[in-house]
Design a protein around this ligand. Structure first.
Ligand SMILES: [Zn+2]
Length: 500
């Protein structure tokens, strides 16, 4: 037994419960989210099926899918797996190039259908051509990089992500997914692998909703899902319309407005997308890679009004008050209770009221607030959960309104559809990862991705998350090249398998 092994054993034992079952040693991670009950269940399940499924205290369902313990099975380091199948050095060089070309002094800015996004597309385009890959722009100005298959009449394998960003965003959001596929194609090409199916990398435009309000523009445009109303949305920075910005890139906007479909989903065998995780789960669980089970949809209101009656804080007794703050606070508390109940029933749900306030022009320390405005957002992988939670929200508005003499006035409701990832590909990704010695965990995506568009078009879709500290949509996102390499190795193996 080597010293390194012994020290690794004890380091691991410190933050795990070590369980000797007679035939094997199990390490059960001691997570701050565990309660005693969950830990006992985890132990029972680990012994019974050698696989753990337990509800976390948050909304995410963690499914330990990796067969075998990585401590004993993962002899190959993740870095060696990646370096032998894809070049992380190549990716690192292009990441740096993107950061320099689209840096804004704070983070990076590659605004949707704007100059930064176009610059990023040009960089990836020229690197792809240098690698001997064929490149083109589709009808809606996304970049397509192609590795031809031996049977091009078969439905092709599609993979990629977006190249736009929020203002002052991070360098890896979107670009990690594009470069994971680019280094995969480069490796296949260099090794002379000739896949049966053609493989296409999509570097998509306009995924972020920051500039035009609507997300997934580049992929939606491909499938004829941009409406004339969407085309008239004005950008938050230059006030140009989406139609104007698209027109400047040579896109035939009339065809987009007519809802013309530029890509037939039946021509696509599968869609794969790698993305940095935008939440803390993989960092918390100390895992490099996750497999996405689904993408949450949402129901949103930007500004709900609670109208009561203003009054003197000392002069009006409780029973005569129509206090908008107390009523809104009660509403949020009741929503929290319903949320907890739904989680206990195993539903996936997250709820946020990110903007909440009295009107600064009229509020005062000694004034009963007559008016509160707040936002409402619920996200879930299940449309049914979203709708039932929304119904509870409406009936609470009604009941609290009557009880407290206030009125909740709703503004326009916005929806995005949840999307399920393909169960067969989730299983296949798990077994590819196990084969490569990469430990993974299943998790839903709280944030939206282009994969939702492909999945809702009926394309079997799968997503790989890579551990990333500090969230995303900020310059502090942090992904290690090792973790990227593990995700890219998984991506390469997946597209190679799908193209056979
Ligand atoms: Zn993204």
């Amino acid at each position: 037994m080597s010293d390194a092994w012994t020290s690794k054993f004890f380091r691991r034992a410190l933050n795990h419960v070590v369980l000797f079952t007679g035939t094997q040693v199990l390490f059960l991670p001691l997570n701050k989210n565990y309660t005693g009950r969950m830990l006992i269940w985890t132990i029972i399940e680990q012994i019974a099926v050698r696989s753990v499924v337990f509800p976390a205290t948050g909304a995410l369902q963690y499914n330990h899918s990796s067969p075998g313990d990585p401590f004993t099975m993962n002899k190959k380091s993740i870095a060696s797996v990646a370096d032998s199948s894809v070049s992380t050095a190549l990716a690192s060089k292009i990441f740096d190039e993107l950061a320099v070309a689209t840096g804004d002094g704070v983070g990076i800015t590659r605004s949707s259908y704007g100059p930064g996004e176009t610059r990023a597309i040009e960089i990836v385009d020229s690197r792809a051509r240098e690698l001997g890959l064929r490149t083109e722009r589709d009808e809606v100005a996304n970049l397509i990089v192609t590795l031809d298959g031996s049977e091009p009449e078969l439905p092709f394998v599609a993979a990629g992500s977006h190249l736009d960003s929020v203002p002052q965003g991070g360098n890896f959001d979107g670009s990690a997914g594009v470069l994971a596929v680019l280094v995969s194609l480069a490796a296949l090409k260099a090794e002379g692998v000739k896949p049966r199916r053609t493989i296409k990398l999509f570097a998509l435009r306009g995924e972020e909703s920051a500039r035009f309000g609507k997300p997934y523009l580049g992929s939606s445009a491909l499938f004829g899902r941009i409406s004339p109303v969407d085309l008239q949305s004005r950008s938050t920075d230059t006030a140009e319309t989406l139609a104007e910005c698209m027109g400047q890139l040579g896109i035939d906007v009339d065809r987009v407005a007519r809802g013309e479909r530029f890509l037939d989903p039946a021509r696509i065998a599968a869609w794969f997308e790698l993305h940095i995780e935008q939440g803390p789960v993989l960092t918390d669980r100390n895992l490099p890679v996750g497999i996405v089970t689904g993408i949450r949809g949402n129901i949103r209101h930007r500004g709900i009004q609670c109208r009561g009656e203003a009054g003197h804080s000392g002069a009006v007794p409780r029973w005569l008050r129509r206090d908008a703050v107390f009523a809104s606070a009660e509403l949020i508390t009741h929503l929290d209770r319903h949320w907890r109940t739904l989680l206990e029933r195993g539903r996936d749900l997250v709820v946020t009221s990110g903007m909440f306030g009295t009107d600064q022009r009229e509020h005062a320390l000694a004034r009963i607030p007559g008016n509160v405005q707040f936002s409402f957002e619920a996200r879930s992988q299940s449309k049914e959960t979203l709708e039932s939670f929304y119904d509870l929200f409406l009936s609470e508005c009604q009941m609290i309104g009557e009880e407290r003499g206030v009125e909740f006035i709703l503004d326009r409701r916005f929806d995005t559809q949840p999307a399920s990832m393909d169960p067969d590909w989730i299983k296949r990704l798990r077994s590819i990862a196990a084969r490569l010695g990469i430990q993974t965990e299943d998790l839903p995506s709280g944030a939206g991705h282009d994969a939702a568009v492909f999945a809702n078009e009926g394309v079997p879709s799968a997503m790989i998350f890579v551990r990333n500290a500090n969230g995303s949509h900020n310059p502090h996102e942090a992904m290690s090249l090792n973790d990227f390499g593990a995700g890219a190795a998984l991506m390469r193996a997946a597209i190679e398998e799908a193209a056979q």
